[in-house]
Every structure is written in C-alpha cells, then in structure tokens.
Write a protein that binds this ligand. Structure first.
Ligand code: ATP
Ligand code: MG
Length: 405
C-alpha cells in the first residue's frame, strides 16, 4: 500500500489516505452501505470526540480491560474530560434513548462508518492494526430476545454477502465477547498465512459456506471457534482444521447490558417499562482494504477484484507528446467518459518500463496500452492484469469490446 501510494504514515499507526487508497476504501464502503440498507439499517453519524461522562455511566471508563487502556483521552478548555471514540455503544444508546419512549419505535437498526481511535500497544502490519482506523459499526434495539436474535442473524447473513461481493471468503466462528461484552458473538476471518488470529473449525464449514447454507442455527450445530474459545477436549471426535485468519468483522448479541447500565427504559405493549435488548456489529473497513490486497496480489503488486477496483481501466500512453499516441489516448478517454466508466490516464513522461511496473503495482484490472507501433495502425493493446493476457484491438472496436464486458 505504501509502494502503490495508497497510504503514508504520519505517526505510529496513523496514516494519510492518499487518492488511490481512498478510492479503494470508498469502494468497500459502498458495498457495505448497500448491504446494510438491504437489512433496513439506516446510516447516522455520532461525534468522534465524546464526553467521558457517557463512558462513566456505562462503567466502561476506568475498567481494567483493553478498551480502557486503548482510549485516547483529552480535555477541552473548560477542563471537561473527553475521549476520541474507540467504539460507540454509549453514544448510540444515549441518542436513541433520547428519541424513543414506546415499543412502537422498535425494532430499530442503525449504523455509521467512521474513524475510530484505539491506542494499540503495538500497531503493526500497516492498516491491519492501526491506531486510527475506519469502522462500520451497527447497533440494533429490540423489545425482546427473539427479535434481537433475528436481526443478529440478518446481520450475519449480510456480512457474508458483503465479503462475498468483495471476492473474499470469510469464515464465521464463535468468539469470546471481550470488552464489548454480551451473551455471545461471532467473528469473521479471512484465511491468510499472515493473519494474527488462529481459528479452529470443522471441515464441513467450508462446504456450507460455499453452498450459502449458513444460518445462526447451522453455525451452532458446527464446531467453529476463535482461539480463546478453543477446547481440544471437545474436538477429539471431530474433523477439525486450524487456520490463520484476519479478523474483518465481529458481531455481538448484547442483551440489555448497555440499555440497563445507561438506564434506557421503553414502555412495552403491556405498559411495563423495559431495558431494550441490543446487538452491535462491527466491520473493519480500513483493515479490509489490507486484507483484500493480502488475498489478491502477486510478486508485481496488487490485483484488484473487479468489484472493488478503484478504477476499471488504466490508459498507458507510452509516448507522451507523440501526436498519434496522444490522439488515441484522448479518444479512449472520451469513450470511457461518455459511458461513465472510472479510469486512470497515465500521461506522465516516464519510460514504458516504469509505466508497466507501476500499472502492475497499482493492480487496476485492465490496462489499455498505447505504443508508437500499434498507434500508427490505429490499434491499442488490452492487457488483463490478472492473467497477463493481451489482445490487440482496432480503436473502432473498442466500443464493442466495452459492450461485451
Ligand atoms: P482485534 O481482536 O483485532 O483487536 P477487536 O475485537 O478489538 O479486534 P472489535 O472491537 O470487534 O475489534 O472491532 C470491530 C472490527 O474492527 C474488527 O473486527 C476489526 O476488523 C476492526 N479493528 C479492530 N481493531 C482494529 C485496528 N486496531 N486496526 C484496524 N482495524 C481494527
Ligand atoms: Mg482490539
């Protein structure tokens, strides 16, 4: 990501996102937004700087856990203690509680995509474990457990669709609930030898994933856990594999842990006051960009899957200032502009070698190469980044070629 000019570090675990990196990030965000909207979650945004008082109400401030040690604290000019949000259960309960009184407002699902800060002891692997990172965090509120579990399952299925659309296979495993708390939870892991986590699961899980047969109950029938939950005794009779994984998502059924701690009360159908049931659901958006590259690269660089490629085409003009090469390049730009297709035009004055290796590094799926010799005959070279396959096209055929994609 550094070599491709996607990010630059400004301090340990804190990165600038440069234009190419930011485009990749927003492709991932778009897919997440669509799938969250499909399960009727609405997007909102709570502040990144929050008063500590909220976190004292829930009891998470000052508790002895990772999250507390990772909180970045500060004071405003009046001496009020503030934090930069590492997650947002408190702020969300606060804002939802202030606008709802009756069961008629529920169930209710909301999410945000926002920068979180966790003062990790050892930030590492670039955006995989950074201190500032982009997270999609969703929260749901319900009047009873059954309803909460239905949404939990909806989110589980939505997450699998998100990873699938990103071209990734993410394995869901039962997880311990850590500093977020709650009754139970699942993590989603992309298999990769460089992953920081170890997961254990029955081999039949892979088949179920492939056939899109994952439901909450099918997951409960199968042994699939992250390392903190792993119990070798329980697995003796089972066919278990252990794999390295990158955790790209984590969902929690919270019960009324937060609504109770923060005294959120809602009037139910029978008139009684209840602390709503909740779930919370996270996806590491910036970590996913790293995980995508981890899963899609070769020795030359990135190979973006079509669904998330920051651009679909890169035009390589190998001879800038040659009238014919410039003319053909402009023609391609015009055709792509007309169709509203995203592309990058390399019109820099570097030699072909630099242009080729840079294009390979950036990993844009299709390279449109305009060199002196072909240009004289009104021809362009179309090269597939993944397979390396090259096709020579007459410029007049380019429109048809686009139609055939
Ligand atoms: P980890 O075990 O990796 O520290 P976590 O359990 O602390 O993760 P959650 O609180 O569940 O993470 O956050 C939701 C998601 O945010 C995670 O699944 C992960 O993808 C992402 N995430 C968490 N911490 C980081 C980080 N330091 N850098 C990038 N992404 C992160
Ligand atoms: Mg953590």
């Amino acid at each position: 990501m550094l070599r491709a000019g996607m990010i630059r570090q400004i301090a340990a675990g804190i990165y600038n996102w440069l234009p190419f990196g930011l485009s990749a990030l927003s492709q991932v965000e778009t897919i997440i937004r669509q799938e969250m909207s499909n399960i009727n979650a609405s997007e909102l945004l709570v502040p990144c700087i929050q008063p500590v008082s909220l976190w004292k109400d829930s009891g998470r401030f000052g508790a002895s856990n990772d999250l507390n040690n990772e909180m970045l604290r500060m004071k405003d000019r009046a001496g009020q203690e503030m934090i930069f949000t590492p997650t947002a259960e408190e702020a969300i309960v606060d804002v939802i509680a202030s606008g709802t009184q009756s069961y008629k407002s529920f169930p209710l699902s909301i999410y945000q995509i926002s920068w979180k800060f966790r003062d990790e002891i050892r930030p590492r692997y670039g955006v995989m474990r950074s201190r500032e990172f982009l997270m999609k965090d969703a929260y749901s509120f319900h009047m009873n457990r059954e309803c909460a579990l239905r949404t939990y399952e909806d989110v589980l299925r939505a997450y699998l669709r998100i990873y699938h659309r990103l071209g990734l296979v993410a394995v869901p495993v039962a997880a311990s609930t850590g500093a977020i708390g709650g009754d139970y939870s699942h993590e989603f892991h992309i298999l990769a030898d460089t992953g920081e986590s170890t997961i254990y699961y029955e081999t039949s899980l892979e088949e179920k994933l492939k056939n899109n047969e994952i439901t909450l109950s099918s997951l409960q029938d199968i042994y699939a856990v992250e390392e903190e939950k792993y119990n070798p005794e329980l697995c003796k009779a089972l066919e278990i594999v252990s794999r390295k994984g990158i955790e790209v998502g984590h969902i929690f059924y919270l019960g009324n842990k937060y609504s109770k701690a923060m005294n959120m009360k809602i009037q139910d159908r029978d008139g009684s006051l209840k602390h709503p049931e909740m779930g919370c659901y996270g996806i590491g958006v910036s970590r996913l960009v790293g995980a995508l590259i981890e899963a899609n690269h070769d020795e030359k660089g990135i190979i973006w899957p079509d669904a998330v490629a920051p651009f679909k085409f890169i035009i390589l003009n190998l001879k800038i200032n040659d009238a014919k090469c410039d003319e053909l390049s402009k023609q391609l730009c015009l055709i792509l502009d007309k169709r509203g297709v995203d592309y990058l035009y390399d019109d820099l004055e570097y030699g072909p070698g630099v242009k080729f290796s840079r294009a390979d590094l950036l990993g844009i799926p299709t390279q449109l190469i305009i060199g002196l010799k072909n240009a004289r005959e009104d021809k362009i070279e179309v090269k597939d980044r993944k397979s390396g396959k090259v096709t020579i096209l007459d410029i007049n055929q380019f429109g048809n070629y686009l139609n055939s994609l």
